[in-house]
Design a protein around this ligand. Structure first.
Ligand SMILES: [Zn+2]
Length: 254
């Protein structure tokens, strides 16, 4: 998975969501596949060529597109979803997703340094060298041969994904290990603010209505310290330690 920087480091492992395909020639359900995460050994294995482009391959391609779009990625390779097959899907912004089966980069020109991330390495990005311009060839979903020329992000995505088919990760292309960075919050990135809120705890609900007591607790959930890698336990808080003293009012006071 090549993802735009900064990336969201959402791990899909262990979850599967299903979406129904709308009008189309294939009436199957597409699935969002779990994405394998480094150091899963499958990411280091070489994928095998696809001998026949059949419905099973087309279905895998559709699932990979669905998975890629759900993860807001730019590219996805078979091994990243546990399939050691030479298939990649690419989606650069503002363009339709497409699939390349048995893709090969046949020519590379120029070099540039660019920040890159991968959903199989969630939360990190690094500076790598990529080609400025490439030529590539592959089979499409009907088994037909096609060639393309690509530059910039599209060329980078194809190089990154073809690398995955050979067990190579962007980590191997880092210009220096110091260049691997934790993806930090940027002003454009979605982030959380602290949220103050009030908890009304009703005591003695069996008493008549006008004798019921409601305990009012004001507290703050410190969401600003959460990030994409935070665990749920970091969102826990203890009401008895709330920043403000609990106040007790009889029901209906406010
Ligand atoms: Zn990747």
């Amino acid at each position: 998975m090549l993802s735009l920087i900064p990336q969201e480091s959402k791990s899909l492992t262990g979850h599967e969501y299903v979406a129904v395909v709308g009008a189309g020639c294939h009436n199957w359900q597409m699935a969002i596949l779990p994405i394998r995460v480094f150091p899963d050994p499958i990411l280091r294995r070489k994928a095998r060529p696809i001998k026949r482009v059949d419905d099973a391959v087309r279905r895998l391609a559709a699932d990979m597109v669905e998975t890629l779009q759900n993860a807001h990625g730019v590219g996805l390779a078979g091994p990243q979803v546990g399939e050691l097959k030479r298939i990649i899907t690419i989606q650069v912004p503002e363009q339709d997703a497409f699939t390349m089966i048995n893709p090969e980069v046949t020519n590379r020109e120029g070099s540039r340094q660019v920040m890159e991330g991968c959903l199989s390495v969630p939360g990190y990005s690094g500076l790598v060298t990529r080609s400025v311009h490439i030529n590539a060839r592959a089979l499409d979903e009907n088994g037909g041969r096609f060639k393309l020329t690509a530059e910039e992000l599209l060329a980078q995505a194809i190089e990154h994904e073809v690398d995955h088919l050979n067990g190579i990760m962007f980590l191997d292309h880092l210009i220096a290990h110091e260049e691997l960075r934790k993806v930090g919050a940027s002003p454009d990135e979605p982030h959380w603010h602290d949220v103050g809120y009030t908890v009304y705890a009703q005591h003695a609900p069996t008493l008549p209505h006008d004798l019921q007591m409601v305990e009012v607790m004001n507290t703050v959930a410190r969401l600003s310290s959460m990030n994409a890698e935070s665990s749920l336990s970091e969102a826990e808080y203890d009401l008895s330690d709330g920043p403000q003293e609990p106040a007790v009012h009889s029901h209906g006071d406010n």
